[in-house]
Every structure is written in C-alpha cells, then in structure tokens.
Ligand binder design. Structure first.
Ligand code: 3HC
Length: 500
C-alpha cells in the first residue's frame, strides 16, 4: 500500500447505505470486502448490490460485463477476520452507539494496526466512537448520501484525536472515486444534515399545523423551490427512524426548537411506518398510482389581467403560452390583479359572480384569494386561503390555475406561503453556519448541491434571491434585537454586500 492510497477496503453492514458504499468503492476499482452479521443479511446486501447495478445496466449506463466486474470485486462474507488485510474499513451498521462500539472493538482486533477505520454515522459522535477504540488516531467519519451511487458529496470528519494526514488520505480516496469531499469537524449533523433537517422538520410541522397538505408541500418545493424531491418524499427515502435520530442528535447540540423533532415523526416511527423501506411512511408505497393532482384538461379559462405586478406579469406569460382568451374584468373566469395602486376591492366589485380573483400575497380582503408566484421561471402558483375563504372558491382557483398549465398548491395565506416560509429559515441557518466559522461558503454550497441535489447551495441562493427579501421574510426589525436572524445577514445588508 502506498502512502495516501488504499487498494482494499472493507464495508461492515450492507443495508441501503453500506451496499451503496460498497458499490461506489468497487466501481472505483478497489477490492471490497463486505461483511454482514449473518447469511440472511448478507443475501439482502447481495440483493441491494444486484438491484442497483442491474438498474444501471437496464438504463444502458453499464454493460453486463461491467456489472459482473463490479460485483466480482466485492467479496461478501460473515467473517470479520476476512477484513484483516484491508487498508480501510467503513462501518455502516445501524445508528446505535453500543452496536458501533461492538463493531469497532471487533475491527480493532482483526484489522491491521496501520489501517484506517471509518464510520458512516449521521447522528452519533465520531469522537465517541474513536475514543472507545485502541486506535483513536486512525478513526474518521466518512458520511455518504442516499443514494450513495448517485449523490456526489462525501463529508469527511476528523476528530481532535485523528492523526495528521488521515483525513487528507480519505479525502483523496473520495476524490478518486469521482465524489467531492467536504472536510468538517465532528459536530452533530456535520454540514448537510445540519442544514437539511431544520428544513425537513419545519415541513413536518407545517403539515402538522395544517398549513398545507403533504402533497402540496412536496409539489411546492419541487415545482417552485427547484428541489429534486419534496420534503416528505425525501424523508421517506432517508427513513423516518433515521430522520428522528438525526434530529435528536442535532437538537441535543443546538437546543434550537426548530430541531426538536416534530411529533408526527415520532408517531410514525413508533407505529413502525419508517418510509420506503417498510412500504409506508408519509406516503404508502406499492399502492395504485398516486393522485395526479388537479386536472389540467378542459379549455383554458378566460383571464383578465390588471396591473403589472409580479403576479400579473407571470399570469400574462402563462395566458399567452396556454392560448387562453383575454377577457374584460367583468367577463373573465379568472381575474389576476397586482401592482402598485391596485384597489383589489374595486376589482372584485367589477368581477362577475363566480369569478376567481387572485391578488398578490397578503391581500385577502373580500372574496379575493392571495396568490404568490415564487420564481419567474417556475410554474408554481401558491394560493393562500384565510379562515373566511369558502373552500369551493379555493377549489375553483386551483382548477383554473391548473388549466392555464401552471402548478397550483394551496396553503394558509401567511407570510412566505410554503416555499419562502421553508427556504428562508434554511438560508438563515446557512449564513449563521458561515458566521460561526463552522464551514466556508464553498463547503456549505457544495454540501447542499452535491449531497442533496439542490440546484444551488444556500449561500449562492441568498445572493440570487437578495438579502433584503430574506430579511423581510424573516421579519427582521432593525430597531429590535431579533435573535432569529443571523447577525451576518444583517451586517451584509447594512454594508450592501453580497456573499460572493
Ligand atoms: N441507486 C443507484 N442509482 C440510482 C438510485 C439508487 N437508489 N436512484 C436513482 N439512481 C440513478 C438512476 O439510475 C439515474 O441514473 P442515470 O441518469 O445514470 O440513469 C439517476 O440516479 C437519476 O435517477 P432517476 O431518473 O430514476 O430519478 P430522479 O431523476 O428522480 O433522481 C434522485 C433520483 C437522484 C434520488 C434525486 O431525486 C435526488 O437527488 N434526490 C435528493 C436526494 C437527497 O437529498 N439525498 C440526501 C438525503 S440526506 C442523506 O442521505 C444523509 C443521511 O445522513 C440522512
């Protein structure tokens, strides 16, 4: 073995993450030894490996020969002793400290003294795992993201006990596997989970308080937030038990109520509904096709556009694209009114009976509904309802907006609707993380873009959206101490600076 390189790597635990990690290592040309506790678990692990590589073959991304080569590089065994000549062993067993201690004690006995032992823990302290071994200087964290073969980020964690060079060697290996390492200290949630889980927990609270439905929140974050998956689909993919563990670990360190697990998560976990892996979590899997959302068929409605506010301009473009007939306010099925000096009540007074009137966020007088279009190039329209909005008016608005080819969701007409209410606290967390010297802007952005498939990292995102909009959404008041808002955000605003 040459210094800084690894040729034979062990993986202990071949569940979703362990099997994914073994696949990544074997794809990188390394000899892999995969260890499971018994034959049954080993066969399950083999199944994960065959399914994942088989999927790549089906998609034409891998030849059958290539698949065989990858699988041949992975030796599956139930004997820890087979790890004896590994240069590195990655542990990916369930997240229980007693179990990790047992595994590391075993590894300590059988693996060469100069080998590095790594844990893929996402919620336990790497330091606590290292300290209990006979070689704490050789213990690091390597945190992969689900699905491991796809997500490009790997967080590499060194502790105060880790020897010089160990982290760099592991980071070099990660780079050689075609992934991007982000090196970080041993803090709960590292970078990506620390930012991701505040947002996921906020989404769960939003559902619990009936701000919006599961499907509308998921749709809003994909169609309007540009994320690859909505928060409930993602939590089901991660596993709700893991979500709960990660949140508990982060909450224990931050004591921030945003990290206190939403009760609904605990309920689902207690009930054994852990997400995709058990067939049911926030969603049920294996059922008939899910509801396709509001029907988009039917002729486009006649639309009247009043004013040239953001909402009116967005609808004007959609009306054009859908070939919807323009109509006078008095005759239109849908009236959209936004911009300066718009008297929404007067517009409403002119609309015909049964017409839907949409005004800009916050305007909810009379029968008009508040609507918000978060991003010019995204199809999402958030329709806000108040306690006095008749449900059939909201239903009609949803149907009309869908018939224009836009994507409607509904929620309570409160500040930030869904997308902004979820994303600005997350962006604020990222700025606070930067300010605390926890990680730099590039590491933070890489973590979210490469670990979670976000279209951009949070620091880039806040520059794009504007600090002013963030402060407004976070209800920043310059005359009051507002502990929720990162000082750094306020400073950047006062100095007129962007982050990059
Ligand atoms: N195994 C192997 N490959 C997979 C896969 C899997 N489980 N799932 C998807 N893929 C591959 C597909 O083969 C496809 O590859 P190709 O383009 O080369 O053919 C590619 O990924 C895209 O897959 P699909 O077209 O089927 O699906 P999507 O376009 O919907 O993408 C996704 C799926 C990549 C999972 C995407 O939705 C995504 O990025 N989601 C966000 C996932 C995320 O946030 N992960 C991090 C969770 S947090 C975590 O893991 C930390 C832990 O500590 C909790």
């Amino acid at each position: 073995m040459s210094e800084g390189s690894f040729s034979k790597v062990g993986v202990v635990g071949l569940g979703t993450m362990g099997a994914g990690i073994a696949e990544v290592l074997a794809r990188g040309g390394l000899a892999v030894v995969g260890v499971e506790i018994n034959q049954e678990a080993l066969e399950r692990g083999r199944g994960h490996l065959e399914k994942s590589t088989g999927r790549a073959v089906k998609r034409g991304r891998l030849t059958e020969d290539g698949q065989r080569e990858i699988l041949d590089r992975i030796r599956l065994t139930t004997a820890f002793g087979d790890l004896a000549d590994c240069d590195l062993v990655v542990e990916a067993v369930p997240e229980r400290l007693d179990l990790k201690h047992k595994v590391f004690a075993e590894l300590d006995k059988v693996v060469r003294d100069d080998a590095i032992l790594a844990t893929n823990t996402s919620s336990l302290s790497v330091t606590a795992i290292a300290a209990a071994t006979g070689r704490p200087a050789k213990v690091v964290g390597v945190h992969f993201f689900n699905p491991a073969p796809v997500m490009k980020l790997v967080e590499v964690i060194g502790t105060v006990l880790t020897e010089d060079g160990a982290v760099d060697r592991v980071a070099a290996l990660v780079r050689g596997l075609g992934k991007t390492p982000v090196v970080i200290g041993d803090r709960a949630g590292f970078v990506a989970n620390r930012l991701l889980f505040g947002y996921l927990n906020d989404a769960a609270s939003m559902l619990e308080t009936r701000h919006a439905t599961r499907d509308d929140i998921d749709t809003a974050m994909t169609a309007g937030g540009g994320l690859p998956m909505g928060p409930f689909t993602l939590m089901d993919l991660i596993g709700l038990d893991t979500c709960l563990e990660v949140l508990e670990a982060i909450y224990a360190e931050t004591r921030d109520r945003r990290h206190a697990p939403a009760p609904v998560l605990r309920e689902l976990v207690t009930a054994g509904l852990l997400g995709r892996k058990t067939g049911r979590g926030f969603y049920s899997y294996g059922d008939a096709a899910a509801d396709a959302g509001p029907a988009q068929d039917g002729p486009p409605p006649s639309v009247a556009i009043v004013g040239d506010g953001e909402l009116s301009r967005a609808f004007a473009a959609a009306v054009n694209a859908a070939g919807a007939p323009a109509a006078k306010v008095e005759e239109a099925d849908l009236v959209v009114a936004s911009g300066e000096d718009i008297d929404l009540a007067a517009v409403e007074g002119r609309a015909k009976d049964g017409a839907v009137v949409l005004g800009e966020g916050g305007l909810t007088g009379g029968g008009a509904l508040a609507a918000h279009k978060p991003e010019a190039d995204r199809p999402l329209v958030e329709i806000g309802v108040t306690p006095v909005t008749p449900p059939e008016a909201a239903d009609r608005a949803v149907a009309l907006v869908a018939r224009l080819g836009l994507t409607p969701v509904r929620c309570r007409a409160r500040r930030g609707f869904i997308v902004d209410a979820l994303r600005f606290p997350y962006l604020n967390d990222a700025v606070a993380m930067l300010d605390a010297g926890y990680a730099d802007a590039d590491a933070i952005d890489a973590a979210m873009a490469l670990g979670c498939g976000y279209p951009a990292g949070p620091i880039a995102e806040i520059d794009r959206l504007g600090i002013g909009r963030a402060l407004d959404q976070l209800e920043y008041d310059p005359d009051e101490a507002n502990p929720g808002v990162s000082d750094r955000l306020r400073e950047q605003w006062d100095l007129g600076l962007t982050f990059r």
